[in-house]
Each structure stands twice: as structure tokens, then as C-alpha cells.
Design a binder for this molecule. Structure first.
Ligand code: HGY
Ligand code: MN
Ligand code: MN
Length: 421
């Protein structure tokens, strides 16, 4: 099927979305890089901006008890169950401006279009902006969507960030009562489905020359925190053979993880953070902590790989006489997108004149938490070069418009599971 570019009348939809992506993308910890972290001043400023957009779109909108922005557009009569749309509005460090915000801003634009036409549907439409999908500050991801799904783990309230501030303290400083997180939870009966539009964050749609795609499943992930403890010492006097160098040991672990994952098709392993103390040029590092992120297409494959990697780290630590502490800080199962919903995404894409292409998501998304209270589906939008978690992340305006048209068509044609053929 030939790929039409977006019709001129819809270019304004894409333009409006891009303008808001740019506006939200300016709310950052620093002007040089885009970083917007959970429960910070930037979180609050972004929430205020998004709540304003939601209200302009005809939604009742407010923050919930963990800092998600929640908008509701009533159906033909008040109180109907909702089709929930959304995505996250926190970022990684030195991020791209599309990862998360594209889905959120597109969903708001779709509701604004319904509102402009005075269109009411046989269900409510809710848009949720999740406050912490990336898990940068407290090492555990999906905190916002877990609170909505009623699966928030209260133990995370005691986790401290790099500055030693606990999540409990951060919530209080943000003006929230940590004891009220439970009030963010929604019942399964309130939701007909959860649908998220998101950038692909990979190169497949670009390779297929398609602007949008249907997600089949969201790959699970395991995060581990590793601490290796050796013996700090004088860089000039301790002979090499007598050293218990924690950083050299960590480096051997990092290379071993990379080598292991390279030999196993479909497995990816990343060490994204590492910290050596005391951190002086002329001191042998006594203690090193690093984090591992492991993913694979299935839970069984990932779990077996994690066990293999842990054994390799244990062997390296043993041989180097380094004390080892290794903890799983986060585990997300692989989540399937519901076939009855995938069909509705596919129908919307086909109706917009594009080929229907299905693909898995290697990246994690809030649907991994929302699956506990609703069936989930995702619409992927092509991003240039598949680049993400990087300032060069980019979506063409035409593709942003196409994604919006597909989502709007999906919303207007949405049929709940029992009514879906
Ligand atoms: O890490 C992920 O896959 C997501 O971007 N949080
Ligand atoms: Mn991300
Ligand atoms: Mn994301």
C-alpha cells in the first residue's frame, strides 16, 4: 500500500503537537540538556503546563497523589467507564523531547479535536501523564502507573536518591502526603482499555518506510545493583599482584556482560551507571557500584540470562577477592498487547491508508503496569534513525500528524472488548 504523506488539513495537527513538544521540552533541570526528573521543580512546572492543555481541551484535570496528571473527557453521560490514553512526562538524563510527551500531547490533541466538534462518545476518554516511567531518581520504574494500577510497592518510599533524599521525603517536599498514594489507584471496572502512542525508539518502522506500527508485546526487563568491595590503597606503592582493585573488577564484569549478550541473539545487556570510590586519581578504587539492565523477548530467556550473568560476576569477584553485593532492584515481566485491541489499532492505521506492520517493543512502557487493571495496546510512531534516550531523538511533523490521525480514528471507532467482533 503506497504511503501517502499527511494531508495538508492535518498538518496543523502535527504542527500543534510539535509546538507543544518543543514547549514542554524546554522544561529541564539545565538549559544545555533535557532532564526532567520525578518530584522536582521541573516535574511541577511540566505538570502545570500539561494540566492547562488538558483543561483547554475540555477535560477535567488534576494531579493525583503521586504526581500523575489526570484528565477526563466525559462520554455521552457522566460517570461512564473510560478508554484511557497516556504516556509519561519524565525523562532520562540528557534525553530526547519525544519519549513520553509525544503520546501524552497527541492524546490531549485528540480530545481537543473531539471537544471542538462537541463530540461525545459512549464512553469517557481519560488521558494520564505518568510522573515517573524512567525510574531515574529512585531506581525503580513505572512508579506513576503502578500507583494507578494499585501495585505501587511502599518499600520504594524508603529508597534514597543520589542526594540521600528518600522518595517519602521527596513526596512531602513536593507537597504530597506519602500515605495517600493508594488514592491514585483505579479499579479495573473503570477502564475499558489502556492505549499508548509512543515513538518506536528503534529503526524498524524507518526501515519499513512506514510512519506507524502496531506493538505486539512490551519486552520485560531486569535491573540489578552490583557493589564490589576491594581495598583502597596508594596508586604508587601497592604492587599490582597485591591489589584488590574494585574498579578493575567492575570493568572485567562490564566486558563479560557485553561479550555474553553479544553471543546471545535477542538478548541485550547494559551497564548504564558506574560509581567508584574514593574516586581519586592516585587511589586504588576500594568500592565500585554499577547497575545492569537486562532484556530479552521472553521472560524465561531473560531470567536464564540474568542467572548466567550473576554467576560470571560471582566468579570474577571470587578470583579477585572482592566482596560482592548484587540485588535485583527492578523486574518487569514481558507484557502482551491484547489481540482485540491490536486489531482496532491495525484498522485505524489501514483506514488512514498505511500498511499495517506489527512489531515488539524492546523499550519498557507504562502499559507494563497498566496491564494489571486493563488490556493494553500501543501505537508506535517512526523516529529518525531509531534514536532515543538521546538529544538527537526526532519525529517528523508529518509522522506526528499521522500518529494523531490514527489515534483519533482509534478513539472514535473504539469498541469495548465485549462489543468488539
Ligand atoms: O528503559 C526503558 O525501556 C524505558 O525507556 N523506560
Ligand atoms: Mn524512555
Ligand atoms: Mn518512554
Amino acid at each position: 500500500m503506497e504511503n501517502r504523506t499527511v494531508a495538508p488539513e492535518n498538518a496543523s495537527l502535527g504542527d500543534e503537537i510539535v509546538a507543544r513538544i518543543d514547549e514542554l521540552g524546554k522544561i529541564s533541570e539545565t538549559s544545555e540538556h533535557l532532564t526532567r526528573i520525578f518530584l522536582t521543580k521541573q516535574h511541577r512546572a511540566a505538570a502545570d503546563l500539561i494540566l492547562g492543555w488538558m483543561r483547554e481541551a475540555g477535560m477535567r484535570a488534576d494531579l493525583d497523589a503521586i504526581g500523575n496528571v489526570c484528565g477526563r473527557y466525559e462520554g455521552e453521560r457522566p460517570g461512564l467507564p473510560c478508554l484511557m490514553l497516556g504516556s509519561h512526562y519524565d525523562t532520562v538524563r540528557d534525553a530526547g523531547k519525544w519519549d513520553g510527551p509525544l503520546g501524552l500531547i497527541t492524546a490531549i490533541a485528540c480530545v481537543a479535536d473531539l471537544n471542538k466538534r462537541g463530540k461525545r462518545l459512549p464512553f469517557a476518554v481519560e488521558v494520564t501523564g505518568f510522573a515517573d516511567e524512567e525510574g531515574i531518581r529512585f531506581a525503580s520504574t513505572l512508579l506513576g502507573s503502578r500507583a494507578v494500577a494499585g501495585t505501587f510497592d511502599e518499600r520504594v518510599l524508603g529508597v534514597r536518591d543520589k542526594a540521600g533524599v528518600s522518595m517519602r521525603e521527596a513526596l512531602s517536599q513536593f507537597g504530597f502526603d506519602p500515605q495517600r498514594i493508594g488514592t491514585a489507584a483505579r479499579a479495573r471496572s473503570e477502564l475499558l482499555a489502556y492505549v499508548e502512542l509512543h515513538i518506536e525508539q528503534g529503526p524498524v518502522l524507518e526501515t519499513e518506510h512506514l510512519p506507524v506500527g502496531v506493538v505486539t508485546a512490551i519486552s520485560g526487563a531486569t535491573r540489578l545493583a552490583v557493589v564490589l568491595t576491594g581495598m583502597a590503597g596508594h596508586a604508587g606503592t601497592v604492587p599490582m599482584a597485591l591489589r584488590r582493585d574494585a574498579l578493575a573488577g567492575a570493568a572485567e564484569c562490564v566486558v563479560a556482560i557485553e561479550k555474553f549478550c553479544r553471543t546471545d541473539e535477542g538478548l541485550v545487556g547494559t551497564v548504564g551507571t558506574i560509581d567508584a570510590v574514593p574516586g581519586a586519581t592516585n587511589v586504588i578504587p576500594g568500592r565500585v557500584s554499577f547497575a545492569i539492565d537486562m532484556r530479552a523477548a521472553s521472560d524465561a530467556h531473560r531470567r536464564k540470562a540474568v542467572a548466567d550473568v550473576v554467576r560470571q560476576i560471582e566468579r570474577i569477584a571470587g578470583r579477585r577477592e572482592l566482596a560482592l553485593q548484587i540485588d535485583v532492584t527492578h523486574e518487569n515481566r514481558t507484557v502482551p498487547c491484547a489481540p482485540w485491541l491490536r486489531r482496532q489499532v491495525a484498522n485505524a492505521i489501514a483506514a488512514e491508508g498505511f500498511g499495517v506492520f506489527e512489531l515488539p517493543s524492546g523499550a519498557g512502557h507504562d502499559g507494563m503496569a497498566m496491564i494489571d487493571i486493563a488490556d493494553v495496546a500501543m501505537v508506535f510512531v517512526r523516529c529518525r534513525g531509531g534514536i532515543s534516550h538521546h538529544p538527537d531523538e526526532h519525529v517528523d511533523t508529518a509522522d506526528a500528524g499521522t500518529g494523531a490521525r490514527v489515534l483519533l480514528r482509534l478513539i472514535e471507532n473504539f469498541r469495548p472488548r465485549d462489543a468488539a467482533s
